[in-house]
Write a protein that binds this ligand. Structure first.
Ligand SMILES: [Zn+2]
Length: 368
């Protein structure tokens, strides 16, 4: 939120965990017989309404969910990869290929022999006509709606919202050193039942037809030739953390007060993030992981994990990644990513008048 306001601006800036440019090194090239390879079967569940829109919709028409050729609402694997990539750009840290437009290109990797941890995992295509390419180690499949988790798509509720068109940056909201921060949108759990109302006097200009909260989408992640620390990093990014307690400081009209929040850390995906759409959570349902070299030489079977065994393995891997992280930084990130179903905050953009009144518009966003 801007300082001394009761409402919360829909986004904040969180610091990246290390100075830019990120650390770089020569990646492991694809030796299929070395490193860890396997498959994760995953389920993404919408915590609020969620829309990964079909871009083919014309102006003025309803923005519907992207669908596979057989008509099944589907989240393209490229969207999931973008979501995980942009998260890891903050925490790994990595260069800003997906991140905020302000930072893009400034510190992006260019040389396949010197890659940040995120490009070394997911790959990259060099800018311009250099032809530089690194294929990456991770393939994410399309996530298809699990039919029994939602009503038929034709019955999904339509929501009229105001979608801002790109406008000049409100300078007081942006940190001076854009390369060291990333823009993240708050979760808005109240949006589960009702989308945020547009500001007074502003007419809705878009109609969205998102999947309802509770809709689930199944997909798989295949990986090949990962170093153990790369696998740990990826597993952390996919699942995040469960049952996190944190707090933020809000302005109640006369003084600052502490708002306690508790819940799982969740991702944000797709359209309508400023009005509260797109909160989602991924669970790994089964994993098959093998060591390429071992399997090849000795015929050792792959480890096939489910249930409690899978949870224990994931916890161990996530702890391994978190041991490399700064607690201060993690605190800022948790405050932004925690999804508390009883979160009392009111999220909205300031009004047109607010932006044009010098007394209010000079107010900065409080740090994340
Ligand atoms: Zn990079």
């Amino acid at each position: 939120m801007p300082e001394k306001e009761k409402f919360w601006n829909p986004y904040r800036f969180v610091p990246v965990s290390a100075p830019s440019p990120p650390p770089r090194s020569a990646p492991t090239y694809h030796h299929r017989l070395t490193g860890l390879s396997g498959t994760l079967e995953c389920r993404l569940t919408a915590k609020t309404a969620l829309l990964v829109a079909d871009q083919r919709g014309g102006q003025g028409s309803v923005r519907a969910f992207w669908k596979a050729n057989d008509g099944t609402p589907t989240i393209p694997g490229t969207s999931l990869k973008g979501m995980l990539r942009s998260f890891l750009e903050i925490v790994a840290p990595g260069c800003a290929i997906v991140a905020d437009e302000k930072a893009e290109g400034k510190n992006a990797c260019r040389d396949p022999r010197a890659l940040c941890p995120v490009c070394a995992l997911f790959g990259f295509v060099g800018h311009g006509n250099t032809g530089a390419l690194y294929r990456g180690h991770v393939t994410i499949g399309d996530a298809r709606l699990v039919a029994e988790t939602a009503p038929p798509p034709a019955k999904w509720e339509q929501r009229e919202i105001y979608m801002a068109t790109p406008h000049p940056t409100h300078k007081a909201f942006y940190p001076g050193d854009a390369g060291s921060f990333r823009k993240l949108y708050h979760h808005q759990p109240k949006c589960m039942s009702k989308p945020a109302a547009p500001n007074a006097g502003i007419k809705p200009n878009a109609t969205l037809q998102p999947a309802p909260a509770g809709a689930a989408f199944d997909f798989s992640i295949r990986f090949v030739g990962l170093a153990p620390e790369q696998l740990a990093m990826m597993l952390y990014a996919v699942v995040l953390e469960r049952d996190v307690a944190t707090s933020v400081t809000g302005w109640n009209g006369t003084r600052e007060e502490t708002i306690r929040l508790r819940g799982d850390l969740c991702h944000k995906l797709g359209h309508g993030k400023p009005v509260g759409l797109g909160s989602c959570q991924i669970a790994i349902q089964s994993s098959i992981v093998g060591d390429g070299a071992e399997r090849y030489r000795r015929g050792v079977p792959r480890q096939d994990l489910r249930g409690a065994e899978l949870d224990a393995w994931h916890a161990e891997q996530a702890a391994r990644f978190r041991a490399t992280r700064s607690p201060t930084f993690d605190a800022a990130l948790r405050r932004m990513m925690v999804f508390d179903e009883s979160d009392p905050r009111d999220f909205r953009y300031p009004t047109f008048q607010w932006f044009h009144d010098g007394a209010t518009s000079s107010r900065r966003l409080k740090p994340a």
